[in-house]
Design a protein around this ligand. Structure first.
Ligand code: BG6
Length: 508
């Protein structure tokens, strides 16, 4: 009988997982996402020793580039945006695996050349028939690229070696288009070969919501409608939309952020404990909670939308959306969106979840704030508790990653005066390891075939089902979004939305 050392096994689980032989093909290599996030993440993974030795990266784009030109583009991207220090020997080894195939999406010959390149990589770099295709392209190009991948034989797996497709949001612009898009993708790639990126799920602080809730005994007893008054999920950005008109005009904040990132944050916050952390169990719980999530009406009062005007931000005058390059001067696209949801389960019935997101707000911050009910009785003189708010637990997703707890404490002195104080956990002070970028984690998971952090069809479609009535309601309004000055915290209507329930937004 063989003896295995249980301690050794425990330690092995903590060793970083390294991807097996494989390659990645990126469509849309000239885009922003590819240069700022994907290429740097690939280098960072190589630098951390998490890519296989013969790893190959192929770019496909309508450019007249030689392989060296592509190498230069990746080099610039890595130099400018990589998280980890530049090491020449890592770069040299990685760059040996770069290939570039010029062509347009409707060009059969270009895809045949791509198939040829990928086959050669199997022989030259030992990628072993395992290939991932990253569609960093507009969804309107998905059908043609998927068809080309099928036609050229690139999509089909022989059962032994894998083929995977990675798709970036937006997954459609409403439920109907999402179903159509999913059908197109699933026609070529089976669902277990489809990796949909919601980069928020790659963030350490988002995964930590699950650790906080399910690795501790402390929070579970109070994580329900008996103790929680409401939940505020905020994703605020200080940047504007200059340069993004092509993607953003006509899309807006609700589709861009609420449908995906914020509903995923809600799911992590409100879901029940999965029986294990296998992808299937995690999804089961996420889908269950999304199925129980519904909009609260009347939508005129329980939702708000805004569009930023010019204003002073950080000592600088910035233009309003309508003045941003490329935007329709009549644009009704919202740059701020807020909605009210409830989760109809025994745990959450009656607890509102307020979700908001916006561009050109006061500062960049993403957080989940769980606000607790007031103590039912305060045995203190009312004048001594004026500065006592509601207890709160705030998950700071970014920046300044960590968790804050707010509660009342006695002010030193001879009186029983109680005032809010905070207790803080910060990643920066508690851990020496720095957090990997979301895209590092997600690209590695694609190459490992680890699907836990990728939303499936059912989640995407359910999220649209939740949001569609809001978008339809707004589209019917003659009036556009409410204006708010750049650098503020959004339109007045968003404040009214909470005030009607006797609550107010947190000032993060
Ligand atoms: C993207 C949105 O998904 O997330 C962008 O399309 C937004 O509009 C971005 O700026 C924000 O990401 P992060 O990681 O900086 O919060």
């Amino acid at each position: 009988m063989t003896w295995t050392n249980p301690l050794r096994d425990e330690r092995d689980k903590r060793l970083p997982r390294i991807a097996g032989p494989c390659s990645l093909v990126i469509f849309g290599v000239t885009g922003d996402l590819s240069r700022k996030k994907l290429m740097p993440a690939i280098y960072d993974l190589a630098n951390r020793g998490l890519l296989p030795p013969g790893f190959a990266l192929t770019g496909f784009a309508r450019r007249d580039w030689a392989a060296e030109d592509f190498g230069k583009i990746v080099y610039e991207a890595v130099k400018q945006h990589a998280r980890t220090p530049f090491r020449q020997e890592v770069w040299d080894r990685l760059a040996e695996g770069f290939r570039f195939v010029p062509g347009s999406f409707d060009d059969d010959e270009a895809f045949d050349r791509l198939a040829q390149t990928v086959r050669e990589l199997d022989a030259q770099r030992g990628t072993n028939g395992n290939h991932a295709f990253y569609l960093s392209i507009p969804p309107s190009a998905f059908p043609v690229v998927c068809k080309q991948l099928a036609r050229s034989g690139l999509a089909a797996s022989d059962g032994e070696h894998w083929r995977r497709v990675v798709i970036e949001k937006p997954f459609g612009h409403d439920l109907k288009s999402a179903i159509e898009l999913n059908a197109i993708v699933n026609d070529v790639f089976p669902e277990d070969a489809v990796f949909r990126i919601d980069h928020y799920l790659g963030k350490e602080t988002v995964q930590n919501i699950l650790a906080m809730r399910f690795a501790n005994q402390l929070f579970e007893p109070i994580w329900n409608s008996h103790y929680v008054d409401h939940v505020q999920i905020t994703m605020a950005e200080d940047i504007g939309l200059g340069g993004r008109a092509g993607y953003y005009d006509g899309i807006g904040a609700a589709r861009d952020v609420i449908q995906n990132h914020l509903l995923q944050l809600l799911a992590f916050t409100a879901m029940e404990e999965p029986t294990s952390f296998s992808a299937a169990e995690l999804r089961t719980e996420k889908i269950k909670v999304l199925n129980a999530t519904r909009l609260v009406g009347p939508l005129d009062e329980t939702t708000a939308r805004g569009q930023y005007l010019g204003g002073w931000q950080g000592g600088e005058w910035v233009p309003g959306l309508k003045e941003e390059e490329g935007f329709n001067p009549e644009s009704k696209t919202e740059t701020y969106a807020a909605i009210t949801l409830e989760v109809d389960t025994r745990r959450w019935a009656g607890v509102p979840f307020f979700l908001r997101t916006g561009k050109r707000l006061g500062r960049r911050v993403t957080e989940v704030a769980v606000i607790f009910k007031r103590a039912p009785h305060l045995p203190f003189d009312a004048t001594m508790t004026e500065e006592l708010g509601q207890n709160a637990l705030v998950v700071r997703v970014q920046p300044d990653e960590g968790i804050t707890m707010r509660f009342g404490s006695k002010v030193p002195g001879s009186q029983m005066e109680v005032r809010d104080v905070t207790m803080d956990f910060g990643y920066g002070t508690s851990f020496t390891e720095s957090s990997p970028e979301a895209y590092e984690r997600l690209i590695l998971d694609v190459l490992l075939g680890e699907p836990s952090l990728f939303p499936v069809n059912a989640e995407v479609e359910r999220s649209w089902e939740i949001l569609d009535p809001v978008i339809e309601h707004w589209a019917k309004q003659e009036q556009g979004p409410d204006p708010y000055p750049a650098g503020s915290w959004g339109p007045e209507s968003a404040n009214r939305m909470l005030a009607r329930t006797g609550r107010a937004w947190r000032r993060p």
